[in-house]
Design a protein around this ligand. Structure first.
Ligand SMILES: [Zn+2]
Length: 230
């Protein structure tokens, strides 16, 4: 049962096409699990379409037209980066080679963003590793996270927003237990420590708008984890 959803402001941005690419991928992932949010997005898009039809039949101000064109521009720049990424997906490695053990977990549409080379995993702690995916944007960093069964991620705080979508397995933190499809948003300044369920590793999609910061003793060694929107 999914307990966490994107808020309505985020769904409106997504439905209008004005949301950046990495968070849009996170919402697309969530609505593959969540019928409720998928229907909300469909209704928002239908309303948007009706508004455009009505707008065509009444005189509109220059400002409104500018806004509409700004939206169209941002849509086409997303499409351009999408097609650039698709173009770069050479057939050097098969998808399963790239994904390795993630092959059965990753929603099909995410595959078009994958690099031609196998994902590069790096350990952030003994039980947590991450692989960054380049989607051609310079604001947010998109990555896969994997926590070992029963493993604890380091306690950390955020300088920006962190979106996490659970793909497989479960994790909990001080607040709740999260299951596949859950869409969790942490704001700047919130501190938490995800812990994977004992019986299975947990795989998530993560979108960061700024580096995360470890707290406690580890922060003296590595105050900011590396951060590379791409
Ligand atoms: Zn939902």
């Amino acid at each position: 049962m999914i307990g966490r959803h994107p808020d309505s402001a985020l769904l409106v941005e997504y439905a209008s096409g004005s949301l950046e690419l990495a968070p849009s991928i996170a919402i697309t992932t969530h609505i593959q699990f969540c019928d409720q949010c998928r229907r909300t997005v469909e209704s928002l898009q239908a309303v948007g379409g009706e508004m455009l039809e009505e707008a065509a039949s009444v005189p509109v101000s220059d400002d409104l037209l500018d806004n509409v064109f700004a939206h169209i521009d941002s849509d086409s720049s997303q499409e351009q980066s999408l097609s650039r990424v698709q173009h770069e997906v050479g057939k050097v490695h098969s998808e399963n080679e790239v994904l390795g053990e993630l092959a059965s977990t990753v929603p099909a549409y995410i595959r078009k963003f994958l690099p031609a080379e196998p994902l590069k995993w790096r350990f952030l702690s003994p039980s947590l590793k991450t692989a960054t995916i380049s989607v051609g944007e310079d604001v947010n960093e998109l990555s896969f996270l994997k926590i070992k069964a029963g493993g604890k991620a380091p306690v950390h705080t955020h300088k920006g927003t962190e979106i996490t979508v659970v793909l497989k397995g479960c994790f909990s933190d001080e607040e709740d237990l999260y299951q596949p499809g859950d869409f969790i948003v942490r704001q700047a300044g919130e501190t938490h420590q995800p812990i994977a369920a004992q019986n299975e590793e947990c795989i998530c999609l993560s979108v960061l708008s700024a580096p995360i910061q470890l707290t406690g003793i580890k922060s003296m060694l590595n105050p900011f984890l590396s951060f590379a929107p791409s």
